[in-house]
Ligand binder design. Structure first.
Ligand SMILES: [Zn+2]
Length: 115
């Protein structure tokens, strides 16, 4: 049974890397978005503060938060609107329109509901 599972995963993935981690909208609270263009292959987390790109294996809250706390401790506990603004400026700069347009709309309609 184990052998079967192994050969199956070997077929679907040629490399012995772990499965790709997926970006979650909540990672924006740590200042991270998906690097433009990477979301359809291997999603990479990119910091909207310093624009550093981390590896896919860093795509988890503990590692993203570690980057935030070590590099940008002043942004800890900032409201998500802070990162949203950073993201908007960042996207404008990089001229990258991605699925985050939808996220913006969702986010702002959510805010409208709160008001
Ligand atoms: Zn950073």
């Amino acid at each position: 049974m184990k052998r079967f599972l192994e050969s199956e995963s070997a077929n679907t993935k040629k490399q012995k890397t772990q499965a790709n981690r997926k970006y979650d909208d909540s990672y924006l609270q740590f200042g991270f978005v998906v690097k433009c263009g990477s979301e359809n292959s291997t999603p990479l987390p990119q910091c909207v503060i310093c624009q550093e790109t981390l590896s896919n294996q860093s795509m988890k809250p503990s590692l993203l938060k570690r980057h935030q706390l070590s590099k940008h401790p002043e942004t800890e506990n900032k409201p998500i609107e802070f990162f949203q603004r950073k993201l908007t400026a960042f996207r404008k700069e990089s001229k990258c329109m991605s699925s985050f347009t939808n996220f913006n709309e969702k986010f702002f309609s959510f805010c409208a509901l709160l008001n």
